[in-house]
Design a binder for this molecule. Structure first.
Ligand code: GRF
Length: 227
């Protein structure tokens, strides 16, 4: 996991890993900021942490070389970006193709980049959410594996949206990582397959009601299938 700040998604994955059906193990938490509060979640869970600060390196290439060498060293098979506030270079993206995912707080391809909640409000949108996508060289534009949706309510502010969306983001990231860890997702160039079936649109995770946390497999060839 790569993070720059709070680390609530890291905490969600740590908690999720404690369950018998987790299918994954966290092998390291890495940050570009020494003071990233989220690192303490990893320390408390005995997960190795390391900090690589770009300013200690002569250029981005040497920074990322050191970072990803450390990621390799802990035996990571999947790298999760959650609140990692840097753009990964095309070279590192290529080296980790199909093994690098990001959680982004919007229904991609809508609202790539920053300030997504404020922008959806400004546009008067009534649907918002979060996406887990594979990282490509274009910012927030890689193939989307799974999304969660929330309605925008009258009177919402960026803060109320963030508060309502965050638990859904946690459920989303957990579900996506589990699916990948179970070996059910493949990426062939930009084409995603789940259980061998081409994904025509992102899987949708229910975040409320009785099916909370269940992947609604409506976007696969066999829409009646559920997990
Ligand atoms: C999340 O909202 C995530 O979608 C975005 O950055 C935030 C990270 O939160 N990319 P946290 O550091 O995991 O609490």
């Amino acid at each position: 996991m790569l993070l720059s700040g709070r680390g609530s998604n890291l905490k969600a994955l740590i908690d999720g890993a404690a369950h018998a059906d987790a299918s994954y193990r966290l092998v390291g938490a890495f940050s570009d900021r020494r003071e990233a509060p989220g690192l303490s979640f990893a320390t408390a869970a005995d997960i190795p942490t390391a900090v690589f600060e770009p300013k200690s390196f002569t250029d981005k290439a040497s920074y990322e070389a050191a970072l990803f060498a450390a990621v390799e060293l802990v035996g990571a098979e999947l790298v999760v970006l959650a609140g990692y506030m840097r753009i990964v270079s095309a070279a590192s993206v290529a080296a980790w193709h199909g093994r690098l995912i990001n959680i982004h707080p919007s229904l991609l391809p809508a609202y790539p980049g920053l300030d997504t909640h404020a922008r959806v409000l400004r546009d008067g949108g009534d649907l918002h959410g979060a996406s887990v996508h594979y990282v490509t060289a274009v910012l927030d534009a890689g193939p989307v594996l799974m999304q969660v949706q929330i309605a925008i309510d009258a009177g919402d502010t960026p803060e109320t949206i963030a508060a309502r969306l965050l638990p859904c983001e946690h459920a989303l990231l957990l579900a996506a990582v589990k699916l990948i860890a179970q070996g059910r997702v493949t990426l062939d160039r930009e084409l995603l397959r789940v259980d061998g079936q081409l994904l025509a649109a992102p899987l949708l995770l229910a975040c409320a009601g009785p099916s909370k946390g269940i992947v609604l497999a409506a976007n696969l060839d066999t829409p009646d299938r559920s997990w």
